[in-house]
Design a protein around this ligand. Structure first.
Ligand SMILES: [Zn+2]
Length: 401
């Protein structure tokens, strides 16, 4: 099985599929079709039905049940890699029987003291970058795992399985690829994104997310004659930020803590604006954070007797937990599968959003599973082949009759 995983994985990571912010089309980059077309061929080789690649670069396919099961389960992974770091000319580096020491890769190093998970991977097979690109384990490890699960059922036709649906999607990293996904046509009872890190993790809680833009209008007067009149928008912006709780910042928070993150600030005397993202797993606590912004706005508008501060509050995405708990068959099945493989399931809240959170809102409950990849979004990215194999075993178990 490991050979199959490695064969698929090394083939896929070598194909540049970097997505790009700020594009008006899906996919954001045409090169994502290069991988999509290869996946179409690989799915055909494994005998899947209804293989389709649409104009938005979404690949879907179907493996009908061989036991009249009525259950339809989806497996989803994304094809793109992050826009922030090069995905061109990826040269994967396979390290057999990892000795547990620091790995030197051109001008960077993977140091177990800095990345403690490496200590658990001693003796395992690691796949790293050469230090100059991403690896693309996020999420080609997910794709390779799903493909190997399909290959397993292809090679073992007597093993009974449910109706298996797969989808490979573009532009996850820029949060845009999933909106055109046809949930109804996909026809699943529920699905899983295979896009996490440790093999035994399940994620079905993510942040509730809002964006708040703060617009500040000042009163720009010649500084020589400004006494009692000037309102310096840049100073009001600083004052506004100082009215928010200090410890609600990303650098002070983890686990279930929410935060307000000041992403951008621009200011002159006459005009300033700030953009914040607000995150919390708990909707009510997020509302509290929003109220703090409203209170700061009201306070400053009273102080400056002027229509100085204006807020624009935008809903971004919400926690899938509320919806998944209404029909948690997907969680029960994943936990049972992980246990049946002899592993210990670990449910961990995601401090971000996922395509699965959007799909859940679109009516398809879609928690997230691990891939065996680590350190995503940069040159430190790596994957552990044995953990990927564990993921494949879990996927096989989930799809079992
Ligand atoms: Zn990902």
């Amino acid at each position: 099985m490991k050979n199959n995983i490695l064969k698929y994985f090394l083939k896929y990571v070598k194909i540049d599929t970097m997505s790009m912010e700020g594009q008006s089309t899906t996919p954001s980059t045409k090169k994502q079709f290069n991988l999509a077309k290869i996946l179409v061929d690989d799915l055909a080789e494994l005998g899947l039905k209804d293989i389709n690649l649409n104009d938005n670069c979404i690949v879907t396919a179907y493996l009908p049940s061989n036991c009249n099961s009525k259950l339809n389960i989806g497996f989803i992974a994304h094809m793109d890699t992050i826009p922030g770091f090069s995905g061109t000319n990826v040269k994967p580096n396979v390290i057999n029987n990892y000795d547990g020491n620091t790995i030197k890769l051109n001008n960077i190093e993977l140091n177990p003291n800095k990345f403690p998970f490496l200590k658990n991977l001693k003796g395992k097979t690691l796949i790293t970058t050469d230090g100059t690109t991403v690896l693309g384990a996020d999420d080609k490890a997910g794709i390779a795992n799903i493909m190997t699960m399909l290959k397993y059922y292809h090679d073992n036709p007597t093993l009974k399985h449910v109706n298996i649906h797969v989808a490979f999607t573009p532009d996850e990293e820029i949060g845009g690829g999933i909106f055109s996904f046809d949930v109804k046509k996909f026809g699943c009872d529920y699905a899983y994104t295979v896009d996490g890190e440790p093999y035994n993790e399940i994620n079905y809680e993510n942040f509730n997310a809002k964006t708040i833009n703060v617009e500040i209008k000042g009163l720009d007067i010649h500084p020589g004659s400004a006494k009692g009149q000037m309102i310096n928008a840049s100073r009001v912006a600083m004052e506004f930020d100082s009215l928010l709780s200090d410890f609600n910042r990303p650098e002070y928070t983890d686990g279930y803590d929410g935060f307000n993150h000041l992403c951008e600030i621009k200011g002159e005397v006459g005009y300033a604006n700030m953009s914040y993202i607000l995150r919390n797993h708990d909707e009510k606590l997020l509302d509290k954070q929003v109220n703090e912004f409203k209170n700061a706005c009201e306070f400053l508008n009273k102080k400056y007797t002027f229509d100085t501060v204006k807020l624009e509050i935008i809903d971004s995405y919400s926690n899938m937990r509320q919806l998944i708990e209404k029909d948690d068959r997907c969680i029960k099945r994943a936990i049972a599968a992980i246990k049946a493989c002899g592993f210990i399931p670990n449910t961990v809240p995601i401090r971000g959003g996922t395509d699965g959170a959007k799909l859940t809102q679109m009516g398809l409950n879609t928690p997230n599973l691990g891939t065996g990849g680590y350190n995503c979004h940069g040159p430190y990215e790596c994957a552990c082949l044995e953990e990927m194999e564990n993921v494949v075993k879990i996927l096989i178990e989930i799809a079992k009759e």
